[in-house]
Structures are given as structure tokens and as C-alpha cells.
Design a protein around this ligand. Structure first.
Ligand SMILES: C[S@@+](CC[C@H](N)C(=O)[O-])C[C@H]1O[C@@H](n2cnc3c(N)ncnc32)[C@H](O)[C@@H]1O
Length: 246
């Protein structure tokens, strides 16, 4: 479906607008995930001595299959006023030194009006770049702090998911990089009908499915990853699964 969409600009734009329209839920992944402890604190130490971040390991977040960046821009907006505590002092994280990479299929990125997005988000100080990348290839950004992928794996079967996950894992740095997977985590019993209905819809539309925590864990294990923690965003529906190298 996605390669087809990328060759049909009007349908692609409609699809992107539809995905963007979901962002009405005031709660999102960074409301439940301890960003400061898990992502930011490790970066703080050298941010003050580095004039300008250029290395892959300076990238805070790689947004994989990120479309027009609705998640990423929201996060960057949030980070623009970020303070952390270091050695008993409150220090400001200079947003201008935080790097983000937004990836999608090359044919999709080519059609995104990147300049218009930059203008729309002109208040954001973080450094961000758009990158064409097919997630069935190894991720070109090596050793980033986090790799974020939202509402993508539900569109794929287990074998395809394993390939996508292995391609991310190959670029992760042990003990540093994290995988942040935002997906529905369906309870194994007593699931809400909205969740089971969507599971049926995924089957009818794509021959795909929603997954339980056990099914996510099994997928990650096969890909050489392990779950660190699952953070519920919307109980019984969306969660953020944090994983690291096994
Ligand atoms: C269901 S949308 C999710 C978009 C976004 N993560 C969100 O939650 O709004 C799936 C995204 O994955 C992208 N995609 C599909 N196949 C891809 C591939 N092989 N490599 C990279 N991105 C891909 C699509 O273009 C689309 O933007």
C-alpha cells in the first residue's frame, strides 16, 4: 500500500492528513515516558562543550516511518523549554543543540513540502532533518539515543516486523540506544470492543493484527531486543514500549 501511495500524491496527502488528524488526544508518549532520566540526562554532559552536534550519536530521536512529523514536531515543541538538574543545579538544555532525524520512504520524503513544514514550525529551535529511508534496509543513523516508530508495525506480519526491528537493532549502540515503539497493546483478556474491532479491521484491510504485550515481547526477542518497560498512554489501547538490545 505505501509504495502505491507514494506514487499517488493526492491519496498520499489525504492519508497523511488523516493520520495527522489523530493528534487530538492530549496525552502522548512523552507524557508517560521519563524523558529526562532515559533520554536527556545522558546527553546533557557533553551538550555544553560541543559547539554544534553533527555526529549520529548526537541525534536524540530518529523518527522512523514518521510521515510529515506530527509526533516529532510535537515533541520538539515540548523540548524547547527544557531544564534538567545536574550536580544540584538547574541547567537549560539548549534546544539548538538537539538533533532529530525524520525518516520515511524516499518517494514520500521527496513529496513532503519540507520548507513549508519548517515555516510552520519556525518557533522550534531544535535541529531537524528529513531523510529518505526504507525501513527494510539497515538504519543509516548509527548509535542515536532513541529510535521512535509509531503506528507502523501493526501494518506488518511477524516476519516483516522482525526484518524492520533487526534493521533498527543493527544501528543501535548497546547500553545507549533505545527503541521506542508506540503501538496498541491489547489486553489478553477483557479487551475493549474498540480494540478488538480495530484488530478485526487490520485483518480485513491488511491481513495484519493488533498485538498483546506477550506478542510484542516475542517479536522483540526474535529481533535480538528486549522490553525494558511498557508505559500505558491510553489504557488497553496505545502504549509506549521501551526496548533495548538483548
Ligand atoms: C501508518 S503511517 C504512520 C505514520 C506516523 N508514524 C504516525 O503515526 O502518524 C506509516 C508510515 O510508514 C511509512 N512507510 C511505509 N513503508 C515504509 C518503508 N518501507 N520505509 C519507511 N517508511 C515507510 C509510510 O509512508 C507512512 O508514513
Amino acid at each position: 500500500m505505501f509504495p502505491w501511495l507514494s506514487n499517488h500524491p493526492q491519496h498520499l496527502a489525504n492519508f497523511q492528513a488523516m493520520m495527522d488528524s489523530r493528534y487530538t488526544n492530549p496525552r502522548t508518549w512523552f507524557d508517560v515516558y521519563p524523558i529526562k532520566e532515559r533520554l536527556i540526562s545522558g546527553l546533557a554532559a557533553y551538550m555544553h562543550i560541543q559547539p554544534r552536534p553533527t555526529k549520529d550519536s548526537d541525534v536524540l530521536l530518529v523518527g522512523i516511518g514518521g510521515s510529515i512529523g506530527s509526533d516529532m514536531f510535537r515533541f520538539m515543541d515540548y523540548l524547547d523549554a527544557w531544564w534538567i538538574e545536574s550536580k544540584g543545579k538547574a541547567i537549560e538544555i539548549p534546544a539548538g543543540r538537539i538533533r532529530f532525524v525524520l525518516q520515511d520512504l524516499p518517494a514520500v520524503v521527496e513529496k513532503i513540502d519540507c520548507d513549508a513544514l519548517r515555516r510552520k514550525h519556525y518557533k522550534i529551535n531544535s535541529l531537524f532533518e528529513f531523510q529518505g529511508h526504507d525501513f527494510f534496509d539497515v538504519n543509516p543513523v548509527k548509535g542515536a539515543r532513541a529510535y521512535y516508530i509509531h503506528a507502523v508495525l501493526r501494518d506488518y506480519d511477524d516476519d516483516e516486523c522482525t526484518k524492520i526491528l533487526v534493521n533498527i537493532r543493527k544501528s543501535m549502540k548497546r547500553g545507549w540506544s533505545r527503541l521506542l515503539l508506540q503501538e496498541w497493546v491489547i489486553p489478553s483478556s477483557g479487551a475493549n470492543f474498540r480494540a478488538t474491532r480495530t484488530d478485526m479491521a487490520m485483518m480485513a484491510l491488511n491481513s495484519r493484527k493488533e498485538r498483546t504485550a506477550g506478542q510484542w515481547e516475542a517479536l522483540l526477542v526474535v529481533a535480538g531486543l528486549k522490553i525494558a518497560e511498557i508505559y500505558e498512554i491510553d489504557r488497553g489501547f496505545e502504549s509506549l514500549i521501551e526496548a533495548e538490545m538483548a
